[in-house]
Design a protein around this ligand. Structure first.
Ligand code: MF3
Ligand code: CO
Length: 249
């Protein structure tokens, strides 16, 4: 069942989203060579709790930390560790969720560590652009897979692989609600977008194959071919006008 949020619920979600964005902003400032992903986790956690919110990922299905930090060929769900040092030339995707007054905000972005290759810069850029191409179609009268298709088109036109085994999702009182929001699909298909729907749109884009593999820690997802991957995510509300990004500062 897709839950439709009232205007006042959307405002609470925007608060949760703002806190999530504050945490990601603080992490972004700390991304540099020599920092560990555990230090980034601690920064995010402390910002979230300073706003009377709770990290959404901590203990979610047994997940041990407050953020996901996925480096280079890691696509998503990298577990922060005091032994993982960011190095010049890496790209790191940071995914953060916060629960505030019963509602969840969920967002991610991929950052360069120092100076990175032209290839990596382009991947990050196209991944963000694919999100915005999808966002633009989050309007009444459109269907969900119009959004999916727009994301897929931008990524595939650049020659990239669109991850299929992991997708975006409805979001609200729970982090994962219906509907699933794939980053690929047939235009004109999927549910009709309705005012008050709230979804997390999160393209995961690989330079090479779309295929993935899960590591021995049971969480970290990597590209099957070792190619670089980027991730970009916002929590979005469908309105009767332009879509509203709830995970905004
Ligand atoms: N943004 C991710 C998602 O939508 C975050 C979940 S990570 C987990 O699924 F550790 F909490 F599972
Ligand atoms: Co998500």
């Amino acid at each position: 069942m897709i839950t439709i949020k009232s205007d006042s619920e959307i405002e609470t979600m925007a608060e949760a989203g703002r806190i999530t964005a504050k945490a990601l902003e603080a992490v972004e400032k700390a991304v540099k060579p020599g920092v560990t992903t555990l230090e980034l986790d601690e920064i995010a956690r402390s910002v979230i709790v300073s706003y009377q919110a709770v990290p959404a990922f901590l203990h979610y299905q047994g997940y041990p930390k407050s953020i996901c930090a996925s480096i280079n060929d890691e696509i998503v769900h990298g577990i922060p560790s005091g032994k993982r040092f960011l190095q010049e030339g890496d790209i790191v995707s940071i995914d953060i969720g916060a629960v505030y007054q019963g509602f969840v905000g969920d967002m991610a972005n991929t950052f360069p560590v120092g100076t990175v290759s032209e290839q990596a810069t382009k991947l990050i850029d196209i991944t963000r652009k694919s999100f915005y191409a999808g966002l633009e179609l989050c309007r009444l009268g459109n269907r969900l897979y119009d959004v999916s298709h727009a994301i897929q088109t931008v990524a595939e036109n650049a020659g990239y692989g669109v991850v299929r085994e992991y997708v975006g999702h409805g979001i609200g009182r729970k982090m994962h609600e219906e509907p699933s929001v794939p980053n690929y699909g047939e235009p004109g298909k999927g549910v009709r977008l309705q005012k008050g729907m709230t979804i997390a749109i999160e393209p995961m884009i690989n330079i090479g194959t779309f295929r993935t593999k899960v590591m021995k820690d049971q969480w970290t997802v990597k590209t099957a071919d070792g190619s670089l991957s980027a991730h970009y995510e916002h929590t979005v509300a469908i309105t009767d006008g332009a879509p509203r990004i709830l995970t905004a500062l």
